[in-house]
Design a protein around this ligand. Structure first.
Ligand code: 4AD
Length: 490
């Protein structure tokens, strides 16, 4: 199984296909292979006549052991250069491992064996040479941290979850729709948008004065001729496609200028947003539950070694928690029921923010419901209209809207969604009530004028899904390049 995409090095074997094979590579004993990768650890033995190298190429968290004999071609070039992080190609024979952690290793000895050092490393300088770095330290070297076990495992699971996402929606008849990243519409109405202008930058660079009218910046002279922003959600745009193609989803980056320093918020994060026509809030909850379970099952079935790493190093009991998530239906309670439960729990739970009907649930309340009361993912629906966005469907009681949040143990909210208001008159009332300008939403209102249908959807924060699946506690460690206040380097 030489890799025909690695012809620059004359072909190579992916380390995963040897060490992570079902028989741990035993059927390959006697075969010649070439493995390329980065050195995790290297040591000399037998007075420098043999070198033991643990090599990793990122295809799996497992390393392959390579034993290099001093007689092998290229051995002399290794002296003093094979520290942790060095990159090399080793060509040798797969042999049964006489006592190592793994069933097989690669022996580089005799005819046709060869070792090539691509890039050496001075161990004294390499930032990752020591074991057991803090997550915080790893964040400061975002360019090198993919070589750490933690970020390698996260990257593989992240990629798998993206794949599972497309597989789930595609196999259930959803179409993938791309929605714009630059927009004039504030979907959530929360005013947490990053503004996009070109004039400001030009003025700064060229020292030109900014175009002004009545003491304010004149947007009509700017690139988009009106204030434009990075999107906080693709929802409004995806609704247009839903109301033509029935079942659609979008999956892309979203941006929020919230000055928040928590372990659950990023300024740039990825969101998966399905939207279904002819569907109510209960259909929406069904999709949310099935989709979450599909993703977790996919990782459990396909990424055992990565999960073993997380279980061992990040969260004892992770695999049991994921099994529990799959075992039972999620709990489903209305907001009003949830408040009643939290009021009863208040004396012993001692919440920092007291519970009352009408409040937005804080993270302490969300986690209490999912972790202490139901002990499994919990869907809370029918929230008070005053704490939710303008587009959510007003319920008969005139007090609540058909909104739902999925709360997960250890994480809190992973999904937020709703049935959308499809009645133009009610929508208009809500837009006015919330001090928004109906003209800004003329196209959104058009959908309600021409062939309006009941429809529903939700947004899942991709990074929160990764936290849920891996047990990693800080959202900054599950995205390759985290963006948060003061951090936009790399
Ligand atoms: O609840 P939110 O704000 O919902 C929406 O944006 C809807 N328009 C989605 C829709 O119905 N199509 O955000 C959805 C999810 C949250 O449940 C959370 O998982 C995640 O996005 N999220 C964040 N993740 C990381 N950093 C942030 N700052 C986040 N804000 C929301």
């Amino acid at each position: 199984f030489e890799d025909r995409y690695s012809s620059a090095v004359g072909g190579r074997s992916e380390i995963k296909r040897i060490v992570a094979a079902e028989d741990q590579g035993k059927s390959l004993v006697g075969k010649k292979v070439s493995v390329c990768g980065w050195v995790r650890t290297a040591r000399e033995a037998d007075k420098g006549k043999i070198m033991f190298v643990q090599l990793n190429d990122g295809s799996t968290p497992l390393d392959i052991q390579v034993v290099i004999d001093s007689g092998a071609k290229g051995f002399d070039s290794l002296k003093g250069k094979v520290g942790t992080g060095a990159s090399m190609k080793c060509t040798g024979e797969v042999v049964a491992s006489p006592g190592g952690k793994q069933a097989v290793e690669v022996l580089v000895k005799g005819d046709g064996s060869e070792v090539i050092l691509f890039g050496g490393v001075d161990a004294k300088e390499y930032p990752l040479s020591k074991k057991g770095h803090s997550h915080e330290f790893l964040r400061s070297i975002a360019h090198l941290r993919p070589r750490s076990n933690l970020i390698g495992c996260v990257a593989r699971v992240r990629s798998a979850l993206a794949y599972a996402t497309h597989e789930f929606f595609r196999s259930n008849g959803f179409m993938y729709v791309h929605t714009p990243l630059i927009t004039a519409a504030d979907c959530e109405g929360a005013g947490e948008m990053f503004q996009v202008t070109t004039m400001m930058a030009e003025a700064e660079k060229d020292g030109k004065p900014l175009p002004m009218v009545n003491g304010k910046f004149d947007y009509t002279k700017d690139f988009f001729q009106k204030p434009a922003f990075l999107t906080v959600s693709g929802q409004l745009s995806v609704e247009n496609y839903c109301c033509a193609l029935s079942k659609v989803y979008t999956f892309g980056p979203t941006f929020r200028a919230e000055n928040s320093h928590t372990s659950r918020h990023l300024a740039e994060f990825w969101m998966i947003e399905p939207e279904l026509a002819f569907a109510d809030i209960h259909d929406d909850m069904n999709v949310a539950e099935d989709y979450l379970k599909y993703c977790v099952r996919y990782v459990m079935e396909n990424h055992k070694q990565d999960l073993d790493f997380f279980e061992d190093k990040i969260e004892k009991g992770l695999i049991k928690r994921l099994e529990n998530l799959l075992a039972e239906p999620f709990a489903r309670v209305t907001y009003t029921e949830a408040i009643d439960i939290l009021l009863k729990e208040s004396p012993k739970a001692n919440f920092q923010v007291p519970v009352e009907w009408g409040m937005d649930l804080g993270s302490e309340h969300e986690r209490h419901l999912a972790e202490k009361v139901f002990k499994k993912p919990t869907v809370v629906y029918n929230y008070p209209k005053d704490i939710k966005a303008f587009y959510m469907r007003l319920n008969e009681d005139n007090k609540t809207v058909a909104a739902m949040d999925v709360l997960a143990p250890a994480i809190g909210e992973v999904i937020g969604g709703s049935q959308r208001e499809e009645r133009l008159d009610v929508l208009d009332r809500r837009i006015t009530e919330m001090d928004l300008n109906p003209q800004d939403y003329w196209w959104y209102r058009d959908l309600r004028r021409y062939g309006s249908v009941p429809h529903s959807g939700f947004g899942l924060g991709f990074e929160r899904l990764i936290m849920l699946t891996t047990g990693v506690e800080n959202i900054r460690d599950v995205i390759p390049y985290p963006r948060y206040p003061g951090h936009a380097e790399f």
